[in-house]
Every structure is written in structure tokens, then in C-alpha cells.
Design a protein around this ligand. Sequence first.
Ligand SMILES: NC(=O)c1ccc[n+]([C@@H]2O[C@H](COP(=O)([O-])OP(=O)(O)OC[C@H]3O[C@@H](n4cnc5c(N)ncnc54)[C@H](O)[C@@H]3O)[C@@H](O)[C@H]2O)c1
Length: 308
Amino acid sequence: MARILIAEFMDLPAVAQLQQAHEVLYDPQLVDQPARLLDEAARADALVVRNRTQVRGPLLQALARCKVVGRLGVGLDNIDLPGCAARGIAVLPATGANALSVAEYVVATAMLLLRGAYRASDAVAGGAWPRPALSNGREIGGKTLGLVGFGMIGQTTARLARGLGMVVVAFDAMMENDDPAFAESSVAPLGLAPLLANADVVSLHVPLTEGTRHLLDAARIAGMKPGAVLINTARGGVVDEQAVAAALRSGQLGGAALDVFEHEPLAATAHFADCPNLLLTPHIAGLTAESNERVSTLIAQRVLEALR
Ligand SMILES: NC(=O)c1ccc[n+]([C@@H]2O[C@H](COP(=O)([O-])OP(=O)(O)OC[C@H]3O[C@@H](n4cnc5c(N)ncnc54)[C@H](O)[C@@H]3O)[C@@H](O)[C@H]2O)c1
């Protein structure tokens, strides 16, 4: 029987599945108790985390007998992958299990931002009738969606967007233009600069690496189609937040939805004060009742297999 340490929240039936075969310490608050986490890590054969636990440095050193790290999600920027490999620790992400949740967030926020008409409840309930001001919203059908990163989430988003009548183009630095994934999704591959210049909606789906840090900086935002909207569900460091705020205020960006931030939780800074047509959410694009269940079930299965 192995010892499994679960340091962030996991769907309870999946925890129970692990408990049937192994000794499990499940404490969703463990991530916020560094000393106790290090102590427990020394006895763990498997560790299960979301995106807040930093599996590097002292924690990685403490994982003396750990064979596997299960990641309840897909971004791996909180895990020292070479360090894990050097220690023979397998890292298992929940590939694909939250893709639909993120894709639905993208098309929903794209529609909200383009239309710009859904924040009138207080005014309408209060007897105002701001019809002229809300009569020039844009439709999503026929607009061009530019996907930066065409992996699991990018491809799922393309499917939904095509269903809404969008034209979809994508840039992926690791994929050849003749990769069958493009044709199968009726998506045209495009370089980053022409994608930014042509897309009405730009949505980011790349991992955070040294190659993607501030990929959307002030210069690239200036190269976007004026009035386009930007959606970031990838990682905060992929966009320059100050540049996004400035572009919203100047009107270069017609709107933005940001689910992820360079520092989470977002500090109460002046970055985004008075930015028009801006939606901020607390890193929940991939979190729904359904995806939580799928992600936790998949990771429980993968950890059980790895410990067999
Ligand atoms: N906000 C959320 O709740 C949430 C949920 C899930 C995933 N995410 C983020 O979304 C990211 C994408 O997830 P995925 O499942 O689609 O991953 P994926 O690995 O399937 O796809 C990522 C794609 O990005 C491409 N890529 C890498 N570097 C690039 C670069 N410099 N330029 C262009 N393309 C590049 C890769 O080739 C790959 O095709 C994750 O890494 C994670 O950070 C966020």
C-alpha cells in the first residue's frame, strides 16, 4: 500500500477511489501550510496537486520516495519537469479533461465582449432604457477567431467557434502548416503577425514558457486589428497586463477577458481601473462541475496505474 498526498482540492469520489487501494492524506489546505507540506512530502509515494503547489526547490527535495505527481489540470508551469525527470518522478497531467470548459469560456466571453450589451440589468431594472447606446454590438458569426496555440484547448475552441459561423485561423510554433489537425478542424494555419492583424477575436492557448512570456506585449497588441478583443485563459505571464490595460483605454483593444494573471490572486492594483469592456475571472475557465469530475477521475486512474 502506497501513501498518497493530495495538497489541493479534488473531487471526493475520486479521493475515495484512491483510498480504496492506498493510504491517502487529503487536505485541500495543505498547499498553504509549507512546513507541514514538506514534512508530509517526505513520506509520500505520490503527490496530487493543482496549479498552486510549486513542485520545485524545497518541495522537490523533500519528495524522497515519490514516484508520481498527478496534476489536476494541464498547465505544468508550477512543476520543475527536468527536476522531476532527474529524480525518476513521472508527471501526469489531466490532458484534455478540462478543454471543453475552457473552450466554452472562450466563445461565451467572445460573444459578451463583441456584443457589449449584457451589463444593462441595473440600468433597465432602474427604469433607464439605454437602447441607443447598446444597439451597435457586433455578431460573432462571420468574425475571425485567431488561436495562438493549437493544442487540445485550441482545437476544442475551434470546433465550437466554427459551429457559430466563425472563420478560424491558428498559430502554433510547434506544428507544421500541413499538420492534419488544421485541415481536420477547417482551420487555416497562419503566422503570428498576420493572425494578430486579421483576427477580430484573439484567444491564447499556449503554455507559459520562456518562449511565451509576454508573447502579447505592447508591440504585438499594437499590431492587432483595431477594436479586436483579446481572451487569455492560458497563463498570466503570456500577456503584458499593463499593455492590455493601456490598449483598452486607448481603444486599440475593443475588449478583453482575462482569467489568469501574472500574480494570482491579482493584487488590488490600479492596472485595470476604469478599463472599458473588460471581464476578469479568478482562474476558473477550466473549472466546472463536469470538468472537476473528469479531471479528478482521470488523475485518480492515472495515479493508480502508475503505482501498480
Ligand atoms: N484558465 C484555465 O483554467 C486553464 C485550464 C486549462 C489549461 N490552461 C492553460 O492552457 C494551456 C494550453 O492547454 P492545452 O491543453 O491546449 O495544451 P496543449 O499542450 O494541448 O497545447 C498547447 C499548444 O501550444 C503550442 N505552443 C507551445 N509554445 C508555443 C509558442 N511559443 N507559440 C505558439 N504555440 C506554442 C504547443 O505546440 C501546443 O500545441 C495550458 O498550458 C495551461 O497553461 C488554463
